[in-house]
Design a protein around this ligand. Structure first.
Ligand SMILES: [Fe+2]
Length: 318
């Protein structure tokens, strides 16, 4: 593909920014070791395709940002890929792509859609990328034919991703939970019910079994905890489980709201909502994990502009 001057300028700017970031990062980050590593969180990427109908969001900000999602993810990726010591894992707590252009399963195998584009973009990271599900990765409008099962099958076929799963790495455990598997998101639920996330008893049992190992754990779940049903079966549910294992859960990270929020220890373990690369290419999280000391350091925390979409570029750190 030939690049025009604007595209070339953009790329040049990204490369320069990445070089500066790398210098700042190298000065700050500890060397990688058997029990020390770095990971990033990139959320709500909302990738679209040529089938997307422009102007279908609410308001100017949403309609503008949705057209820039690939560009912004690439900018974030350029920085993350350039860091030394390396970022070894990337986690995406949902809304990987943005809604469904067709209710026909085969459409996604006859056309290059946002799901394929998202896959290509995530494949461009130099490290493994672990995706989670958001409400836009399902069809929240309940278009006939686009069932939860169809989304799960597409995720499996195209993105090689299960509805929920564990990643164990250098003594840490990462849980990708899915708050769309329970009763509030079944085929008959109303739009109001779907405002609340539920996991379902099977997933809750699975999550508790993962937590019983008491490894230092990071939990990802698309909906912030205040809109996840506290309990689902009598007094059993995600909130009491998180409290029970709060000593080993280092962090719970959600997306969905697209703004930086700090819920501190409201739900037991520290809970943050991460902003979205959809609105700001600088809005991603970088962490240093130490499984020997059982600690996590959020490296670009001071750059966050709380309660907004935005974060200062890492390069501005002296
Ligand atoms: Fe989102």
């Amino acid at each position: 593909m030939r690049m025009d001057r604007r595209q070339f300028g953009l790329l040049g700017g990204q490369v320069a920014a990445a070089a500066l970031t790398q210098r700042a990062w190298t000065a700050m980050a500890a060397p990688t070791g058997a029990d020390k590593f770095h990971f990033a969180v990139v959320s709500d990427t909302h990738i679209i395709d040529e089938f997307y109908k422009k102007g279908s969001e609410n308001g100017v900000e949403d309609n503008t940002s949705i057209l820039l999602t690939s560009e912004r993810l690439i900018a974030a990726r350029t920085v993350i890929n350039a860091l030394q010591p390396k970022i070894e894992q990337v986690f995406v707590p949902g809304d990987c792509f943005h809604n469904y252009p067709s209710a026909d399963y085969d459409f996604y195998f006859k056309n290059r859609t946002r799901i394929d584009i998202a896959k290509e973009l995530f494949d461009g990271f130099n490290m493994p990328v672990h995706l989670g599900f958001g409400n836009h990765d399902y069809d929240e409008h309940r278009t006939p034919g686009i069932s939860r099962d169809m989304s799960n099958r597409l995720f499996e076929a195209k993105l090689k991703t299960k509805p929920y799963y564990t990643v164990d790495y250098k003594g840490f455990r990462f849980l990708h939970l899915n708050n769309f598997m329970g009763r509030s998101w079944d085929e008959t639920s109303s739009p109001k019910e779907r405002q609340v996330g539920t996991l379902g008893e099977e997933q809750l049992n699975w999550a508790e079994a993962q937590l019983q190992d008491r490894k230092p754990t990071v939990v990802f779940i698309h909906y912030p905890l205040w809109v996840v049903a506290p309990t689902e079966v009598k007094d059993y549910g995600l909130h009491p489980i998180l409290r029970k294992y709060q000593d080993s859960i280092q962090l719970v990270i959600s997306g969905h709201l697209h703004k930086w929020l700090d819920f501190a220890h409201t739900y037991g373990p520290q809970h943050y909502v991460t902003a979205a690369t959809r609105y700001d290419q600088n809005s991603f999280m970088l962490f240093e994990a130490d499984s020997k000391k059982q600690t996590l350091r959020w490296m670009n925390r001071d750059l966050v502009e709380w309660s907004t979409h935005y974060s200062k570029p890492y390069t501005f750190r002296s």
